[in-house]
Write a protein that binds this ligand. Structure first.
Ligand SMILES: [Zn+2]
Length: 211
């Protein structure tokens, strides 16, 4: 197990992050646990066998984490992280890791988000952009809606001149079931304001993505 240099192992760091989430409450967690037990029974497994005995509880906690976005709000996340700025060039946050779940199969889609905007008096802390991505990704999603929601959130909180969001993701519902393999990596984009209206801004954005 690797150390992160501050005396904390990667596992401990992961546990610390998981420990900080907005919990869904005991009643919902118990409901999730019961549901996972039903799934084990429905597939003909023996939920009592050693390897599975604590699985419904563990799976419930994992699902609680993966759906944390339902319990978060944009205001909470951007709070205190918006600053006055004279900047007027494209701000791009590239290669934000993205883990979400498709709402059609409740299976993961994973990839990267690239988020850009042109400030109009205000900028936002870079780490907050990744947190906005996480908030929408930790819900049941379609990739198209996720892409639009990220763009719309930046538009609402910063009122920038424009926003461009590109999401590239692989969908396990396709890959694991062996369907439409050639389309398993999908790219979606949402361009708003100057990214939509100004061809020069758009091509500058696309050029930055290729660097
Ligand atoms: Zn799917």
């Amino acid at each position: 197990m690797g150390s992160l240099g501050n005396g904390e192992t990667e596992l401990q760091a992961a546990e610390r992050r998981i420990g900080k989430i907005q919990r869904c409450g005991a009643a919902r967690l118990a409901n999730l646990e019961q549901s996972y037990l039903s799934i084990l029974q429905a597939i003909g497994e023996d939920p009592e066998r050693e390897g599975l005995a604590r699985t419904p509880g563990r799976a419930a906690r994992a699902f609680e984490f993966l759906t944390e976005g339902y319990r978060q709000s944009l205001d909470e996340i951007v709070n205190d992280a918006i600053f006055e700025s004279e900047a007027s060039e494209i701000v791009l946050v590239k290669d934000i890791e993205l883990y979400s779940m498709c709402e059609h199969h409740m299976l993961p889609f994973i990839g990267k988000a690239h988020v850009a905007y042109i400030p109009h008096g205000k900028v936002i802390g870079l780490s907050k952009v990744a947190r906005i991505v996480d908030m929408f990704a930790r819900r049941l999603q379609t990739q198209e809606n996720l892409t639009m929601q990220i763009a719309d959130a930046l538009m609402r909180s910063l009122h920038p001149r424009g926003v461009g969001v590109v999401v590239e993701a692989k969908h396990l519902c396709m890959m694991m079931r062996g369907v439409e393999k050639q389309n398993s990596e999908m790219t979606t984009s949402c361009l708003l304001g100057s990214f939509k209206e100004d061809a020069r801004t758009r091509s500058e954005f696309l050029a930055l993505l290729k660097e």
